[in-house]
Design a protein around this ligand. Structure first.
Ligand code: ASP
Length: 441
């Protein structure tokens, strides 16, 4: 049995958290490959080290001293070292970084130092071998993962070492330069490692006991999800449920390796399993989860007798693409096309965009409705079951919630509706009340 265990920033925020990690790792022999994030927020630690490193870089760019911020980083790491009686010469490493703090410092190198230093401390504390991610996690120049090179490097390493700590979030380009991933990328490193060692399970340790059916800020004590499919998780994460990095699913999905989300602070809690397919304990469970995001716009293009809808649609998408506006859905009518898009980046010149659409498409009218929230109701058990959308729309009708747009693909695991931002919370409550738990409103 091989487990990849990944600990997020809050799990390594201070020496107390380090102790919890050690207990978890050493309690199970199969936890031989440990991926670590940079020390994050926790008790007596108000900042993520990675945020502080990005902040140092931003200061240097504008020729402003970042000494105070860097000292906060030094203090955090030196405290962990002292409190755990470690020998690792972190002061020397920090001095080396400090000596390079000027305008020319590479952002990728600097931002990766959080995981590099935290992992060095953790490796000593666990009695494991530290492996620098720049010597194990490789990218091609197009940013894709070079599995072949990773496999070669790993097979060399495990000839002599069997218990490893690997920093998450970064790796190396073909020329050896460090490249960081997008924020939260430690999850992706864990997933890559699970893929290359053919792990039986990828344990992702964090500060919540798994995934909830809805945002706890909206639904008090929402029902916990025991098991969810990769596809359902993708839908929920895309719509704002933040549990795991969006891209962390792909490397494990390829090999059908389950992900197990667990809580470092409550290691005995069941957590949530993420599988390719889920056996359903309760077939009456129709909805797996609800998630949503606010602040979309609906742009509607009207043209009497829109004979060539495809050409109009193509023109509209070309214009939106030019302005780098992300399109989410395209509901269409006989003589109209609506585009649901995130216009926040162009809010100051949205009228230019609308005018351009009107002119190029020779449209009769183009108008925009702002402040739209999109809410996804996700569930693998909705497939081929009639009456689900009827119940959903009925529940919203009963609560006087007006629906501006509806979208569902033939995969049938997701019904997305657009409502006013003001109805966002009530919509989630109404759906939750209808499908998950009657007593919540
Ligand atoms: N330390 C990085 C971040 O804060 C990556 C991670 O935590 O996974 O985004």
């Amino acid at each position: 049995m091989i487990k990849i265990v990944k600990f997020g920033g809050s799990s390594v925020a201070n020496s107390e958290q380090f102790k919890k990690v050690k207990e978890i790792v050493l309690s199970d022999d199969s936890r031989r490959f440990v991926v670590i994030s940079a020390s994050g927020k926790g008790k007596n630690a108000d900042n993520k080290i990675t945020d502080l490193l990005f902040l140092c870089h931003a200061h240097l760019e504008y020729n402003i001293s970042c000494d105070n911020i860097f000292n906060m980083i030094v203090e955090r790491f030196v405290n962990i070292k002292k409190e755990l009686n470690l020998k690792y010469d972190i002061e020397k490493e920090l001095d080396l970084i400090k000596s390079q703090l000027d305008k020319k410092i590479d952002l990728h190198y600097l931002a990766s130092r959080g995981e590099y230093l935290t992992s060095n401390l953790m490796a000593e504390y666990l009695g494991y071998t530290f492996i620098d991610a720049k010597d194990l996690i490789f990218f091609k120049y197009d940013g894709s993962i070079d599995y072949e090179k990773i496999n070669l490097a790993l097979s060399e390493i495990i000839k002599t070492q069997s218990k490893l700590v690997i920093p998450g979030f970064y790796g190396a380009l073909p020329n050896g330069k460090i490249k960081i991933m997008s924020r939260g990328g430690g999850d992706v490193t864990g997933s890559i490692m699970a893929n290359v060692v053919n792990a039986d399970v990828y344990e992702n340790w964090t500060d919540v006991s798994g995934i909830m059916t809805a945002d706890p800020r909206i639904i008090k004590n929402p029902k916990h999800i025991d098991a969810i499919t990769y596809s359902e998780l993708r839908e929920l994460s895309y719509m704002g449920a933040s549990v795991l990095h969006e891209e962390a699913v792909f490397p494990v999905k390829e090999k059908n390796i389950p992900i197990h989300i667990l809580n470092t602070n409550k290691p005995d809690d069941e957590g949530t399993y993420i599988f390719d397919k889920c056996e359903d304990k309760d077939p009456n469970n129709i909805i797996t989860g609800i998630a949503g995001k606010k602040d979309f716009s609906i742009i509607t293009i009207k043209k009497n007798q829109m004979y060539n809808k495809l050409a109009t649609m193509k023109d509209v998408l070309d214009i939106l693409g030019k302005y780098k506006i992300n399109v989410e859905h395209i509901p269409t009518g006989v003589d109209s096309i609506s585009v649901i898009a995130d216009c926040s980046k162009v809010s100051s010149h949205i009228f230019e965009v609308l005018m351009e659409i009107k002119t190029v498409c020779n449209a009769d009218d183009v108008y925009v409705i702002d402040n739209i929230a999109l809410i996804a109701t996700v569930g693998r058990n909705m497939k081929k079951r009639s009456g689900i959308s009827g119940r959903l729309f009925g529940a919203l009708g009963k609560n006087d919630i007006n629906i501006y747009a509806i979208s569902q693909t033939s995969e049938e695991i997701n019904i997305i509706i657009g409502v006013s931002n003001n109805d966002y919370e009530n919509t989630i409550k109404a759906i939750y009340n209808e499908f998950v738990d009657k007593e919540k409103i």
